[in-house]
Write a protein that binds this ligand. Structure first.
Ligand code: HEC
Length: 170
């Protein structure tokens, strides 16, 4: 057998197996599924990482209203993470006056979560079929945030992150 043909015969099945595995890789349509307990812990961890990252990126790089805001960089990060099939995350402004209008509360869960977070609730959750939705508050960190969010008071729980985690099917 000619060497090239031999190589094809030997590697062909490996390529086919790799291709079929690639099709099963997690994605937004085929998300990673975990238990409700794991989902809550994952969201607590993500919230800690995301909020700290936004505040640190902001204080390190954002010096005026012309600099790209930390929240926008974070939104791109949320999109990249969700595309890999991990937890979905989106910004929300609980008073429906988001700088990016896509971040105003948009369905029943988000509207009711926004109300409860503004009243001081530390966490709002809802089980919807095989997904768990969790809203956690993001208060305005300090006065430097008001350069671009002049209507919001420091410490007010006006912002939120809304997480959606795919649960194991029963
Ligand atoms: C340079 C201007 C600027 C500064 C400073 C800034 N933001 Fe923002 N922020 C924005 C913009 C613009 C958006 C919308 C980003 C997008 O399109 O995703 C936004 C989005 C948000 C959102 C989501 C709701 C919305 O309005 O779209 C929250 C919550 C938020 N910022 C909190 C903060 C916090 C907390 C700080 C201070 C640590 C801060 N921002 C500082 C400009 C800024």
């Amino acid at each position: 057998m000619r060497p090239r043909l031999l190589a094809l015969v030997l590697t062909g099945p490996i390529i086919l197996i790799a291709a079929s595995r690639a099709q099963n890789l997690p994605s937004a349509e085929n998300p990673v599924r975990i238990s409700a307990t794991e989902a809550r812990r994952t969201v607590d961890l993500l919230h800690d990482v995301y909020v700290n990252s936004v505040v640190m990126t902001h204080s390190t790089y954002v010096k005026d209203a012309a600099t790209p805001p930390a929240a926008m960089v974070a939104r791109r990060l949320f999109e990249a993470v969700a595309a890999k099939g991990w937890t979905q995350t989106r910004w929300m402004n609980n008073r429906a006056r988001a700088l990016n209008p896509a971040h105003n509360p948009r369905d029943e869960f988000e509207k009711s979560a926004a109300e409860q977070l503004l009243k001081g609730s530390p966490r709002v959750e809802k089980l919807e079929g095989d997904r768990l939705r969790i809203a956690l508050p993001v208060p305005l960190a300090d006065r430097s945030c008001q350069t671009c969010h002049p209507k919001d008071a420091v410490g007010d729980p006006v912002g939120a992150l809304v997480y959606t985690v795919a649960l194991l099917k029963e």
